[in-house]
Design a protein around this ligand. Structure first.
Ligand SMILES: [Zn+2]
Length: 258
C-alpha cells in the first residue's frame, strides 16, 4: 500500500495481514464453534425432554384406557355408545385390549348405536364395523395408496382417488365390451351405484355402475357352480340357486341406504 507521496509507509497499518492477530481470530472461531456445539447440545436436550413428556402423556392415556376395561361391561358399553364412530375407530388403535373388545361380536351394538346417533350409514352385515368406519374417516385411496382418496364409494366398500374410480367403475352398457363371454346375470348378483366415476360432479341417473373386480370375483364363483351343474354333480343345481339368492340378498343389503 502506497501513501500519497508515493513512498511506502514506514509502518504497516495495524490491520494489515502481516500484523493481524491470527491467534485472536482462531480463538474467536473456536469460541463460535463451541457456542454452536452448546446450542446443538441444548436443542438435543430440549428435543429429548419433549419426546419424554409426549411418551409419558401417551403412557398415561393408555393406562387410563386400560383402567376403563376394569369397569363392569354394561357401564363400558354405555360409555362407548356415546362416542362417535370416529372416536371408536381411534380407540381400536389405542391398544390391543380395546381393539379386541371393540371388534368382538358383542360390541356390534355399540357401533350400531353410535352410527345411528351420528347419522352414519348402517354397516352391511358382512363388513367389520371398524373397516366400515375406516372407509368414512380415512383419506387414503385404498387402491393406490394416494392421499387424495376423496371418493367414498360405500356401495363398493371403497374409498378411492379419482384416477382409480375412473379405471375401475364402469357403466352397465359397457359390460359386453369389457367382459366378453361373461354372463350378464353377474350384474344382478353384485352391488351397483347410480353414480359413475365422475361423482359427485354428476347427479344420480338411471344407469347402473359397477366395480370391475367384483365382476371377476363373481364370475369365478358362478362358473365353478355352473360347471358342477353341467357335470351333473349331486345337488349342484340347488347349490347354484342358493348361491344366487344369497348374492342378491347380500348386494341389496350393501346398497340399502347408500
Ligand atoms: Zn387411487
Amino acid at each position: 500500500m502506497r501513501i500519497k507521496s508515493g513512498k511506502l509507509p514506514l509502518h504497516s497499518p495495524p490491520n494489515s495481514a502481516d500484523n493481524f492477530d491470527w491467534t485472536s481470530l482462531e480463538n474467536d472461531v473456536s469460541r463460535t464453534e463451541s457456542h454452536g456445539e452448546e446450542a446443538n447440545q441444548r436443542t438435543k436436550e430440549r428435543r429429548k425432554k419433549s419426546q419424554k413428556r409426549k411418551a409419558g402423556r401417551k403412557q398415561a392415556e393408555h393406562y387410563k384406557l386400560s383402567m376403563m376395561l376394569e369397569m363392569p361391561y354394561d357401564i363400558i358399553f354405555e360409555i362407548l355408545s356415546l362416542l362417535t364412530p370416529k372416536d371408536l375407530l381411534s380407540m381400536t388403535r389405542a391398544n390391543r385390549a380395546l381393539r379386541e373388545m371393540l371388534t368382538s361380536v358383542q360390541s356390534r351394538h355399540i357401533w350400531r348405536v353410535s352410527r345411528a346417533s351420528f347419522g352414519m350409514p348402517e354397516c352391511p352385515k358382512d363388513i367389520p364395523d371398524a373397516s366400515w368406519a375406516n372407509l368414512f374417516f380415512s383419506s387414503r385411496c385404498q387402491e393406490c395408496g394416494s392421499v387424495f382418496g376423496k371418493h367414498l364409494q360405500p356401495v363398493f366398500c371403497r374409498r378411492v382417488c379419482l384416477n382409480c374410480a375412473r379405471s375401475h367403475i364402469f357403466s352397465e352398457v359397457a359390460f359386453e365390451d369389457l367382459f366378453p363371454g361373461m354372463d350378464p346375470i353377474i350384474m344382478d348378483l353384485i352391488p351397483y351405484s347410480n353414480t359413475g366415476s365422475s361423482a359427485p360432479f354428476y347427479p344420480r341417473n338411471h344407469k347402473r355402475y359397477f366395480w370391475d373386480t367384483s365382476v371377476y370375483k363373481m364370475s369365478e364363483q358362478l362358473s365353478n357352480l355352473q360347471k358342477a351343474v353341467h357335470m351333473q354333480q349331486p345337488s349342484a343345481r340347488h347349490a347354484l340357486k342358493n348361491f344366487k339368492a344369497e348374492a342378491t340378498r347380500s348386494a341389496k343389503e350393501v346398497m340399502k341406504g347408500n
